[in-house]
Design a protein around this ligand. Structure first.
Ligand code: HEC
Ligand code: HEC
Ligand code: HEC
Length: 128
């Protein structure tokens, strides 16, 4: 009984180690910093986004810091400008790995709006 329990605990500890070893390598952001500490973002980004959606759709409030398109601008792949597509694309890569469904991009663009502006951090008014 006791031995079986120790074996079960050991197996569990081993399982817990596996994901860390095979965590996906995600595309690096095009610029920064993030809207909050990345360690915090890892835990709370869903609340920011889901809350932002509710506020916008139900009450007409818009917080540009939590604009989904802004996330996409920064986190898009440098070559194809997207956050979904492969296991290394920022949003899809981690979500596929974590097995969390991500249906936002059925409506919202998964493509960065203006790669050059984001990369150089030029103000929107500066034309081309
Ligand atoms: C100005 C650019 C910028 C914007 C805008 C931005 N981020 Fe980030 N984000 C970063 C940088 C830089 C990091 C650190 C990791 C890296 O370099 O890719 C990061 C990290 C993260 C992480 C942690 C990734 C990990 O591997 O642990 C998450 C999650 C995240 N961002 C989600 C978001 C979401 C959601 C939004 C929109 C609300 C957003 N970010 C907006 C630049 C940005
Ligand atoms: C470092 C890993 C990681 C990255 C990168 C990441 N996510 Fe997540 N995301 C998660 C995890 C894990 C959850 C589920 C957390 C939970 O349920 O407690 C989640 C949950 C969410 C949710 C809530 C889903 C729901 O239906 O409840 C949304 C929305 C979301 N992420 C959007 C995004 C977007 C958009 C991006 C890209 C800008 C992104 N995530 C990047 C790991 C990540
Ligand atoms: C059925 C279509 C649809 C789906 C699916 C959807 N949205 Fe939205 N979303 C909208 C519409 C419409 C608006 C309001 C118009 C606007 O601001 O672009 C909106 C607004 C938002 C906003 C505030 C404005 C902005 O662009 O940032 C956020 C944040 C947001 N949605 C996040 C999400 C997230 C996260 C998901 C996935 C969990 C999601 N949405 C899925 C249609 C959708």
């Amino acid at each position: 009984m006791k031995r079986a329990r120790i074996a079960a605990l050991a197996a569990f500890a081993l399982l817990a180690l596996v994901p860390a070893a095979s965590a996906p390598v995600l595309d690096r952001a095009r610029s920064g910093p993030c809207v909050d500490d990345p360690k915090v973002m890892r835990r709370v980004h869903m609340d920011l986004l889901l809350h932002g959606r509710d506020e916008t759709v139900l009450r007409g409030v818009r917080d540009p810091r939590h604009d989904l398109a802004g996330c996409v601008d920064c986190h898009a792949n440098k070559a194809d400008g997207k956050v979904i597509g492969t296991a290394s694309h920022f949003c899809q890569g981690c979500h596929a790995y974590a097995a969390v469904k991500l249906d936002c991009f059925e409506c919202h663009s998964s493509h960065a709006r203006d790669a050059l502006r984001t990369a150089r951090r030029e103000p929107a008014e500066s034309g081309k």
